[in-house]
Design a protein around this ligand. Structure first.
Ligand code: ADP
Ligand code: MG
Ligand code: MG
Length: 877
């Protein structure tokens, strides 16, 4: 018989995929003798079995659950639903990967009209018992019976208003009894049956609801966003309750062993006296700082400090902990690796190496490359900030700076985003239903909730700027406004958020980029010690090139020359060249472009110094450079002094049904060699100038795009060499340069051995290679690709992460074939994939020499390349 249920003492942290994160860590905490309330875990396999069985919990699983419940009752010496001394449990979901707020939990299960009286008598605390019962009905009603939460809130808030109470804790036992009666009415009218009184039935219903919640919409959105597989399933934990709502020596809290925003090595967290767990996370009352627990409950505080230290030592990583204190006794309810900002991730990694806890390799593996993006995010320009109008201050929940238009509902943010509007999601508090809006917004502002509220935790995980718990902001979601004092802000008004300070400003504020310094720089230097892949950048201008060098780029892997053609001072000459009716006129126009191109290359060479610079000769179809509207064509005709009709028919003749597969790349130069001749001349003259005048030994690599046939390459290689030789001869100079090709047409990969015999380098243009291999264009695939990813035809957008089985196979083959005929050939990648961690690992394994990516991805690529090397130690070159 398969084991579907584990008592906590039977588990351990290694069983995470079976017990879920929560269950495995509860078991582990028990194993190291921390105070954990008794309980058991129903495995993720049981969840998957539930779906296999057509959403039914099988006989076999039910039997195992019942047996474990008996054991739990024996251990606690209480009986579920007993009318004198009832065992109460929580039913807690626990996915393998922590999904904050995504899955649902029910507390105080086992209460009914009888056992609540027993609990009241036993604890001599009627208010407490009624508080548990009303919480239970509310949570059960929401999570299991799927009755909208606000219906319950309305009853509770209504009662508070009538009585003139501020806090939930002001409610008396009698008030709570009335609320319970109101809740039951809601259940009856919504569901047509009475609130279930039979505890075992309550439990089975709750378990089923947790299994069901694995596939609720927000869980699916969260998994999609975080690339968590949908087939992992969730475990369910049944745990005997401990009560933080038993008075002033009870309470509940959440803490991190280090500061998750800054990484500072200091206990960081919040607690609430006389409250149950979900109160802190839901941000219902604004909690106290963990330090204040020292005064409130000194012994508990000391014990908590010790437990936290023990946990961090045991797990060797920063922990995120949930605890509850019941009448002065501390219980641990959860621990997991703490989510942190990129800034904190780096500081914790560096500190832990200094503390001797981790070695550099482990430290590097702890930092998610994609997170580094956050550190390269803008902050507000100090001068712009000085003159900014400060509105309010909340908690600095997640760093970064964001400006945008205010929206109050997730769906409105999503809609605005579709129109490319930058948005700030403003809410009283966020809940898992808001997840999509949070993904799409630039920043998040909430008026309630602390540093561990839903908004704060989720925003930090996403690296999104968030200001939480900003009490001065009074949000009226229904009317789509918020007030600060007597100022009113409407939907669509601009505000700005500083997630580092918690400040909220009116209007939009200018931002600046940040640099690579301190611990960040240190971590990347460590990465450089381990990585064997080179990291270059894709840059078309000196500014981008300089930025990339600052971030550690070792060269340019792709300099696109067409971007230079578009600027105002040259587009006219470019167009003149294109519409020229014969070679003489074409060359005349190209001669005008030459000095510009030369200047461009000098600028880039200066920025790159002696690092290699790979320049791709003109690639796009000429049509892209021409105007298409009649009035623009008319204007151009006047500028060029040609007849409108003649020009119009020229434009039309150049238009293509499928430009991606049209007259572009090397095909342009086969028909109009003078274009590449001009470009090569400009490159060589620029290189000579840098060498002779600036004393920079430049290393140009001249790249011919879109080659699919050997002959294309040999014809153009000859053109490059002849032009370069002639240019050098005229200048009486010498420059070392390389000639190579892109591999982006599948045929080129197939005959890579032939091409490699002639080429000095290959650069895999995986954007085009992906389009041509898959047979769909990047520009058109938007219409169906989402659905393809949803239906798991692809795990991921193949334009984002390289399709390893298909396109990757071509890359692999081309490398092998190429090295066979030219062992010293240099191999690189310059498609978007060059900055994507999974693709970078692929490039490492394939044995490429370098990846090339946009300047802001260079740090990500350095770290990813190091992780790839650490993950694949036997591939070390
Ligand atoms: P989530 O994954 O959303 O944090 P949890 O299962 O951790 O959900 O539970 C929600 C809240 O209820 C937490 O604050 C937790 O500490 C509290 N809680 C869960 N089980 C118990 C229990 N047995 N006794 C007391 N509090 C509990
Ligand atoms: Mg929790
Ligand atoms: Mg291309």
């Amino acid at each position: 018989m398969k084991k579907f249920v584990y008592a906590f003492e039977e588990g351990c942290k290694e069983l995470k995929s079976l017990l879920g994160g929560k269950g495995a860590n509860l078991a582990e905490m028990k194993k190291i003798d921390l105070p954990v309330p008794e309980g058991f875990t129903i495995t993720t396999e049981a969840c998957n079995q539930y779906y296999v069985d057509g959403k039914q919990i099988s006989e076999e699983i039910v039997t195992q659950i019942e047996a474990n419940l008996k054991l739990l009752e024996a251990k606690t010496q209480k009986k579920l639903g007993d009318s004198n001394d009832p065992l109460l449990v929580s039913v807690r979901s626990g996915a393998v990967v922590s999904m904050p707020g995504m899955m649902d939990t029910v507390l105080n299960l086992g209460l009914n009209d009888l056992s609540v009286e027993g609990l009241a008598k036993l604890t001599e605390n009627r208010r407490f018992a009624m508080d548990c019962y009303r919480r239970f009905i509310q949570m059960f009603g929401d999570v299991v019976l799927e009755i909208p939460k606000y219906k319950f809130d309305k009853v509770l808030d209504g009662k508070k208003e009538i009585c003139g109470y501020e806090m939930d804790t002001d409610l008396t036992a009698t008030d709570l009894e009335e609320i319970i009666a109101g809740y039951k009415k809601i259940v009856k009218s919504e569901k047509g049956f009475d609130f279930p009184q039979e505890p075992k039935k309550q439990m089975m219903m709750a378990i089923e609801a947790v299994f069901g919640s694995w596939n609720n919409d927000r869980a699916i959105v969260y998994r999609n966003y975080n690339e968590i597989p949908h087939n992992l399933g969730t475990a369910v934990n049944i745990q005997s309750m401990v009560f933080g709502n038993m008075g002033t020596t009870s309470g509940t809290g959440v803490a991190f062993t280090r500061n998750p925003s800054t990484g500072e090595n200091k206990l960081f967290g919040e607690f609430l006296i006389n409250a149950q767990g979900e109160d802190v996370v839901a941000g219902i009352r604004t909690p106290q700082k963990i330090d204040e627990l020292k005064d409130a409950l000194p012994e508990v505080y000391q014990q908590f400090v010790d437990v936290s230290a023990k946990l961090e030592t045991h797990y060797r990583d920063m922990q995120d902990i949930e605890f509850t204190v019941e009448r002065g006794i501390l219980y641990m309810l959860q621990t997991r690796t703490g989510k942190r900002t990129a800034y904190a991730a780096i500081k914790v990694a560096v500190d832990m190496v200094d503390e001797g806890v981790l070695d550099k390799e482990e430290a590097l593996m702890r930092i998610a490359p994609s997170q580094l993006d956050q550190l390269l995010h803008p902050t507000f320009e100090p001068s712009a900030l000085e003159s900014a109008n400060l509105l309010a201050k909340g908690l600095p929940a997640s760093p970064g700076a964001a400006s945008g238009k205010v929206y109050f509902h997730s769906a409105d943010v999503v809609r605005a985003r579709e129109q490319r509007i930058n948005t700030i999601l403003v809410r009283t508090e966020t809940s898992p239903e808001d997840i999509e809006g949070m993904v799409k917004a630039e920043g998040i502002l909430t008026s309630r909730g602390g540093m561990t509220s839903h908004a704060a935790v989720v925003a930090r995980g996403m690296g999104k700027c968030c200001v939480a718990g900003c009490g001065e902001v009074k949000v009226d979601e229904e009317n789509r406004i918020f007030r600060i004092g007597d100022q009113i802000f409407k939907e669509g008004d601009y505000i700005s958020l500083d997630g580092n300070t918690g400040k909220v400003y009116s209007g939009a504020i200018k931002t600046i980029e940040v640099g690579l310094t301190g611990d960040f720089a240190k971590v990347l230097e460590w990465a450089d010690e381990f990585r064997t892949l080179g990291v270059r950048t894709n840059a078309d201008n000196p500014h981008d090139a300089e930025t990339a060098v600052k971030f550690g780029a070792e060269g340019i892997g792709l300099c696109r020359t067409e971007h230079m053609f578009f600027s105002d001072d040259r587009i006219l000459s470019v167009r003149e060249m294109i519409v020229a009716s014969n070679k003489v006129n074409r060359v005349k126009a190209l001669d005008k472009l030459l000095p510009y191109q030369k200047e461009d290359f000098i600028g880039i060479f200066k920025a790159m110094g002696s690092r290699p610079v790979n320049i791709r000769l003109l690639d796009p179809p000429l049509h892209e450079f021409l105007p298409h509207k009649d009035e623009e064509i008319g204007a151009l005709a006047r500028d060029l002094g040609v007849d409108f009709e003649v020009l119009k028919s020229k434009v039309e003749s150049l238009s293509e049904f499928n430009p991606m597969l049209g007259h572009r790349g090397c095909r342009l130069a086969i028909t109009y060699p003078e274009i590449y001749e001009m470009q090569v001349k400009a490159i060589i003259e620029a290189a000579v100038y840098c060498k002779d005048e600036l004393k920079i030994e430049v290393h140009p690599e001249i790249m011919i795009p879109l080659v699919g046939h050997l002959k294309e390459f040999t014809i153009l290689k000859k053109l490059v060499i002849d032009t370069a030789t002639e240019t050098l001869k005229a200048l009486n100079a010498e420059v070392v340069y390389k000639v190579g090709t892109m591999i982006e047409v599948p045929r080129a990969a197939l005959i890579a051995d032939e091409i490699a015999a002639e080429a000095e380098f290959f650069s895999f243009g995986t954007n085009d290679l992906t389009q041509m291999t898959l047979g769909f264009s990047r520009d058109d695939s938007g219409k169906f690709l989402d659905e393809y990813v949803k239906k798991e035809v692809f795990d991921k957008d193949p334009f984002e992460s390289i399709d390893q089985n298909g396109v990757g196979k071509l890359v692999n083959m081309a490398c092998e074939l190429g090295r066979k005929t030219n062992p010293s050939i240099k191999l690189g990648i310059c498609g978007e994939h060059g900055g994507e961690p999974k693709s970078i690992e692929f490039c490492h394994k394939t044995g490429l020499n370098y990846v090339s990516c946009s300047p802001f991805r260079v740090p990500i690529a350095r770290l990813s390349a190091a992780q790839a090397a650490i993950n694949n130690p036997n591939l070390k070159k």
